[in-house]
Design a protein around this ligand. Structure first.
Ligand code: PMT
Length: 324
C-alpha cells in the first residue's frame, strides 16, 4: 500500500530534512524585501526555479537530479518585473538566471576583444571591447539588468538540495504572509517526489563491489498543502503540473486544484513546454500557444503565462479586498 502523505509536515521537515544554517537570516531578508515593496505599492512574487538534487550518501558522491534548466523561472522573473512586481527568485544554484540566461551558451572570451595597452605582463587596465555580434542585445539587456538591480526589484536566493528547497520555501511563505493577497507564489521548480531520509542514508560512498544497487525512497511531503492552508493562506498560489503523457495532464491539474484549493495550475507537457501550456483555475481554462509567427519574433510563452496570471491575481486581490 502506498505510504500516506504526511499530516504533520512541519514535524517531518524538522526531523528528516536538515535545516540550512542560514534559513532565519534569509527569512528576515525576504520579509524586509516584501514589506518594503508592498509599502511602495508593489506586488511581490516568489518564484521557485530549477530542479532539486537528492543525495544518496551523507558524504555525497552520488545524487539524483532532474531535467529542469530553470529557464521557465528565469524568463518569468523578467516578465513579472516588467509587469510591476518585485521578485524573490528561489532558484537552484547554477540554474538559469534572469537576464544572464540569454548568454549562457556563449564563451565569454569569444565575446571580448583585447585591444592592448595596460601595465606589465598582466595587462592591468588594458582596454577590452565587447563584440556585440557575439552577444546580441547585450546593451539592451545590461541596461535593463542594471535598472532592476538599482531598483532592488530582484532578490535572488539559492538552494542546492531538496532539504534546502523545502526549508527555504517554508521560510519564504512565512516571510510573505504579512503582505497578504499582494503575494503570489509561482512554483515552477521541478521538485523531487522521492528522497532517502538522513537516518537511512549510508555515510560513505556506496561501494560498487557490493553488487547492483537497490534503492528504497520515501515520499517527499507535498509542500503545497501547508503553504496554502497554514503558511501563506491569503496569497495567490500558482503551482505547475508537468506530465509526459498529454492525455492525463488536465485531469491531474484539476485534481491538484481540488486537493490543495489554491488559485491556479500551469499545466505543461515535457516536450512541448516551450510553446504550449494551459492555465487552469477553478473557474477557467486558458490555452496559451505560440504560433510560428510568435516563434519567429522570439516571443516567449512565459510572457503569456505571466500576463494571464497577473490579471488573475488582480481579480483575486479585488475579491480579497471586498471580502474584508
Ligand atoms: O526549468 P525548465 O527546463 O524551463 O522547465 C520548466 C518546468 C517543466 C520544470 C516547469 O514548467 C514545471 O512544470 N515545473 C513543475 C514540475 C513538477 O515538479 O511538477 P509536479 O507535478 O512534480 O509537481 C507539482 C507542483 O507541486 C509543482 O508546482 C511543484 O513545485 C510542487 N511540489 C512538488 C513536490 C513537492 N514535494 N512539493 C511541491 O510543492
Amino acid at each position: 500500500m502506498a505510504e500516506p502523505r504526511i499530516c504533520s509536515i512541519d514535524g517531518k521537515l524538522t526531523e528528516e530534512f536538515a535545516i540550512p544554517s542560514h534559513v532565519e537570516e534569509v527569512k528576515e531578508k525576504m520579509a524586509a524585501f516584501a514589506r518594503f515593496h508592498a509599502e511602495a505599492g508593489r506586488r511581490v512574487v516568489l518564484i521557485t526555479s530549477g530542479g532539486t538534487k537528492v543525495p544518496l550518501e551523507s558524504r555525497t558522491v552520488r545524487f539524483l537530479d532532474n531535467f529542469s534548466s530553470g529557464r521557465r523561472g528565469a524568463a518569468s522573473a523578467e516578465y513579472f518585473i516588467d509587469s510591476g512586481y518585485a521578485v524573490i527568485f528561489l532558484h537552484r544554484h547554477h540554474s538559469l538566471y534572469p537576464y544572464t540566461r540569454m548568454f549562457v551558451t556563449i564563451n565569454m572570451l569569444d565575446a571580448l576583444q583585447f585591444m592592448g595597452g595596460g601595465e606589465g605582463a598582466a595587462g592591468n587596465g588594458a582596454e577590452v571591447v565587447v563584440n556585440q555580434q557575439v552577444l546580441p542585445n547585450i546593451a539592451k539587456v545590461l541596461k535593463r539588468y542594471q535598472e532592476v538591480k538599482d531598483g532592488g526589484l530582484l532578490l535572488p536566493i539559492e538552494f542546492n538540495t531538496l532539504s534546502e528547497y523545502l526549508h527555504l520555501l517554508k521560510a519564504a511563505a512565512q516571510a510573505l504572509n504579512s503582505i497578504g493577497s499582494k503575494a503570489m507564489f509561482y512554483l515552477a521548480a521541478a521538485v523531487s517526489d522521492f528522497y532517502i531520509p538522513t537516518s537511512e542514508m549510508p555515510e560513505h560512498k556506496i561501494q560498487s563491489s557490493n553488487g547492483p544497487l537497490q534503492l528504497s525512497m520515501k515520499m517527499v511531503p507535498k509542500i503545497l498543502s501547508p503553504l496554502v492552508k497554514d503558511w501563506a493562506p491569503q496569497a495567490f498560489v500558482t503551482s505547475f503540473k508537468l506530465e509526459t503523457d498529454a492525455s492525463i495532464l488536465l485531469d491531474k491539474a484539476r485534481g491538484a486544484l481540488d486537493t490543495y484549493r489554491h488559485q491556479a495550475v500551469v499545466a505543461n507537457v515535457l516536450d512541448s513546454r516551450r510553446g504550449y501550456v494551459v492555465v487552469v483555475t477553478p473557474e477557467t481554462q486558458a490555452e496559451l500557444i505560440l504560433s510560428k509567427e510568435d516563434v519567429k519574433k522570439e516571443v516567449e510563452i512565459e510572457e503569456r503565462i505571466v500576463s494571464n496570471l497577473t490579471s488573475e491575481h488582480s481579480k483575486f486581490m479585488t475579491q480579497a479586498a471586498s471580502a474584508k
